[in-house]
Ligand binder design. Structure first.
Ligand code: OTU
Length: 644
């Protein structure tokens, strides 16, 4: 049963006399057959049967550990019309707690800052315990729910989540579902000789199986962590480490791992987490002779997690962090036959990468081509739309699309790397290369949004024109994700145009990972001076603030699958509509070129957006007469048009 029909069923059966416990039993009964099917499709051996019994015993125990307040919140969410995460009111910010305002307590002090900007959804980068030295920014976990003391205590987190609930704000935390650190208790026991815990990972006495895997496994971090296995001297075995050599891949073909990880997941959400970011979930199932990404078993496993959560905590939402091909990302919303049965949210990594492609080429042809071919997502699902995050920008476009528009895929990727990473002297961008792989010429890009869009160069060269263009590009890119459909996620620091932070080069645990260049310390001095001061930071901040406030006022911006892409007759423009039945539709127009570009009346007419009385740009609140000349967009201008 998909979630929509389950919601329907619960609404029907819900009556005030039923306790959360009764409703838990109802959810268990309705989902059990599917859980069973899913479980036995992954775990088919005779000896696996006992684990299913354990799972059935585990579910009520995990539910009873859930705080009463959260149990009621689940019920409220399930009973509400529509899905809270699809609302136009949702606007997110992603941040490093320690780079933001020291720790969790410090973060709590800054809640008014989010409210001022209009942000009501926070994604905190990992805050659980991790190895002292290299730890991939916390993505190497020593625990899934113990808070690292540099951020505070469990109590601090609970206080924060209480405060967030009272302010109607939401929290997302990571669940690093694919791997643990090499210091995780299971890894330690495996190193000490435990057979049981060795079977939680992929460990081998010789190179036979590792070699077989590596024939088809791509490398994620080819520069710092080449290959996919690491030799552990103490254990005298090879361990699968697809990411860094200190991140051990979990072996989900062992049902015990699933049971333990489900327990870890529930312990995490019981602290008051609304959205769980499933990190690197495309990698969850490994199979020799495949890339071990996006396998059907990985989907089944995610679905199994989702169904169990549906029973225990139906108000909790899962986010897919699958930075893979667009046609593959969409599958994490659930396969055709099981729609809505995996993650409710996914990162729109394709849109993100294509926006950067459009900036560099000044053209939207590849963006349009790709958007046209992405299959429709389920109605209950939504995107996280973003321009920057803590990671690199991968050039994950479909080669076929690049060829279709007449470019050579390899050459084009090289051009993008050169444009962003300071090879082309005329480019305004100041980015760094991440994980260049000489074997295949692949590379990715790092850098803060502002530095990639020319602000750093503009300031260095005292070039007013470059600075203005950079500000307009920053605002336009954000305006697109604010209006696209889904939850916009601002990356902390971008709201004031923060530049690259090169201090990572002095830290031996960070200097090999150029992603640290785009993980700055929040600049509170600048923020304190925003009001009444001219300059790029205040201009960016107040322009974003204005668009956010508008977004939140117009229900047309809620994600109800009302996104219509209009193929613009001019390849410098991106044009789409948020279609409304009752409310007025909004036509979003943006110009990626450094010259003004015009849209004709004929075109406006052809998409049904011609109004005799003219149209209004709701951002600037200016009336535009379309009657004679059509509409002209200035360089990097963004318009949100409504008919008068
Ligand atoms: C994620 O990203 C995190 O966002 C990274 O910060 C972590 O380092 C990594 O997992 C390991 O935990 O390789 O460059 O889709 O692109 O999951 C980013 C696959 C990454 C990867 C993605 C991963």
């Amino acid at each position: 049963m998909n979630q929509a029909s389950l919601h329907h069923l619960l609404a029907l059966k819900f009556d005030e006399t039923k306790s959360p416990e009764d409703l838990f039993a109802l959810r268990l009964a309705t989902n059990l057959t599917l859980v069973k099917e899913g479980f036995f499709s992954l775990y088919q051996e005779e000896r696996h049967k006992a684990y299913f019994t354990r799972l059935i015993d585990l579910l009520p125990r995990l539910f009873s550990d859930r705080p009463t307040e959260l149990k009621f919140q689940d019920l409220v969410r399930v009973r509400q019309q529509g899905n809270w995460y699809q609302s136009e009111k949702m606007v997110g910010m992603q941040l490093y707690t320690n780079h933001f305002n020291k720790d969790l307590k410090g973060l709590r002090d800054k809640l008014p800052y989010f409210e001022e900007l209009g942000v009501n959804f926070l994604h905190l980068m990992p805050i659980t315990t991790r190895p002292k030295e290299e730890n991939d920014g916390g993505y190497a976990v020593n625990s899934y729910h113990e808070i690292d003391k540099k951020f505070g205590t469990k109590n601090d987190l609970e206080k924060l989540t209480q405060e967030l609930r009272s302010r109607k704000m939401f929290l997302m935390l990571d669940f690093v579902v694919n791997h643990t650190s090499n210091e995780y208790p299971w890894a330690k026991k495996a190193i000490a000789g435990s057979k049981k815990y060795r079977s939680y990972y992929f460990t081998y006495p010789d190179r036979d199986i590792p070699d077989a895997f590596e024939e088809t496994l791509p490398e994620v971090f080819p520069q710092t962590s080449p290959g996919n296995f690491t030799y552990n001297k103490k254990m005298k075995r090879w361990v699968m480490t697809v990411f860094n050599d200190y991140q051990w891949d979990l072996n989900y073909s062992n049902p015990e791992v699933f049971l333990e990880m489900l327990t870890n997941l529930v312990k995490l959400i019981n602290l008051g987490v609304d959205v769980v970011r499933f990190d690197a979930l495309a990698f969850l199932w490994k199979k020799i002779r495949t890339t071990s990404q996006n396998l059907p078993e990985a989907h089944m496993l995610i679905s199994l997690f989702r169904m169990c959560l549906q029973i225990i905590a139906p108000g909790t939402v899962l986010l897919a962090e699958a930075i893979v091909a667009p046609t593959e990302i969409i599958k994490y919303f659930g396969e055709e036959s099981r729609k809505g049965n995996e993650c409710e949210m996914a990162y729109n990594a394709s849109l993100m990468a294509l926006l950067w492609n459009s900036i560099a080429t000044k053209k939207t042809n590849l963006l349009q081509k790709s958007l046209q071919e992405i299959p429709k997502k389920p109605d209950t699902a939504t995107w996280i739309n973003y321009i920057r995050c803590h990671d690199d920008i991968g050039l994950g476009f479909d080669d076929a699309h690049i060829y279709d528009i007449g470019w050579d895929a390899k050459e084009h990727r090289k051009f993008l790397l050169d444009y962003y990473c300071q090879v082309l002297p005329w480019s305004p961008a100041k980015g760094l290369v991440f994980m260049y792989n000489p074997k295949n010429g692949d590379g990715r890009i790092t850098g803060s949004a502002a530095s990639l869009l020319g602000l750093e160069k503009g300031i260095m060269e005292n070039n007013e024109k470059l600075i203005k263009a950079a500000i307009d590009k920053i605002v336009m890119m954000h305006g697109i994700v604010f209006s696209y459909g889904g939850i916009p996620m601002i990356y902390a620091g971008d709201e004031i145009g923060m530049l690259n932070d090169y201090s990572f080069l002095e830290d031996p645990n960070k200097k090999h990972d150029s992603r640290w260049v785009n993980r700055p310390q929040q600049d509170w001095e600048t923020i304190a001076a925003l009001q009444g001061k001219k300059g790029h930071s205040s201009e960016i901040f107040f322009r974003l603030q204005k668009m956010i406030a508008l977004r939140k006022k117009l229900s047309v911006f809620a994600d109800s699958n009302n996104f219509v892409l209009h193929a613009a007759p001019n390849q410098h423009l991106l044009t789409f509509e948020r279609n409304a039945i009752e409310d007025k539709s909004v036509l979003v127009l943006s110009n990626f070129d450094e010259n003004p570009q015009t849209l004709s009346n004929d075109w406006l007419q052809s998409i049904g957006f011609f109004a005799l009385e003219g149209v209004k740009d709701i951002i600037s609140n200016k009336k535009i007469k379309t009657a004679s000349k059509g509409i002209t967009l200035q360089p990097y201008e963004l318009l949100w048009l409504q008919k008068l």
